[in-house]
Design a protein around this ligand. Structure first.
Ligand code: HEM
Length: 151
């Protein structure tokens, strides 16, 4: 019996596949982080909700939100690659690495900045954030350029 559905096979390039994996992994990790934050609320954990710990609460909420949204950005990047034939392989590769760097460094910076903090100031872990932000800007600029119409 033939299993041919008559549809063209769906193929996924290495970089697309990498971002599908990274995107869904980031969603898994940071949505679980959201459930972790819910639990901290549910159990009224002072280390998170106490008035002296507002900096931590703010930073960990930002880690959750940015990590989740960067997961979606990775999925958007994977989709964009299927729609941008003019995106040169070298630029794709650099954009991909920058985006993955940002996906790790930005939420990590917020999270680590909230582990140890100094009054209203985040801990040194926050230094990862501007590095991740620059990588994200580079990825966005390269991707914008890669989506220019061909010919
Ligand atoms: C696509 C999915 C999601 C996105 C884009 C997202 C984004 C955000 C954003 C932007 C905030 C900050 C809101 C504010 O402070 O005004 C936030 C807070 C929060 N999210 Fe999510 N979220 C998502 C899914 C989830 C899930 C699945 C959970 C857990 C079941 C969750 C739990 C929380 C909690 C508990 C806070 C508040 C933390 C606090 O203020 O102490 N989120 N989220």
């Amino acid at each position: 019996m033939s299993t041919d559905t008559g549809q063209a096979p769906i193929t996924t390039s290495g970089i697309e596949h990498r971002h599908l994996r990274v995107g869904w992994l980031a969603l898994l990790v940071f949505l679980a982080g959201g459930i972790g934050l819910e639990a901290l609320h549910g159990f009224k954990v002072d280390a998170y909700l106490g008035v002296d710990n507002e900096t931590r609460k703010h930073l960990w909420t930002l880690a959750h939100a940015h990590g989740t949204l960067l997961g979606l950005v990775n999925l958007a990047f994977a989709w964009t690659l299927t729609r941008a034939p003019g995106f040169a392989p070298g630029a794709r590769s650099v954009a991909s690495r920058c985006l993955i760097g940002a996906t790790v460094l930005m939420p990590a910076g917020f999270f680590l900045g909230g582990v140890i903090f100094y009054g209203g100031d985040p801990g040194v872990g926050i230094l990862l954030l501007p590095i991740g932000a620059v990588l994200l800007l580079v990825a966005a600029a390269l991707t914008l350029r890669g989506t220019r119409a061909v010919g």
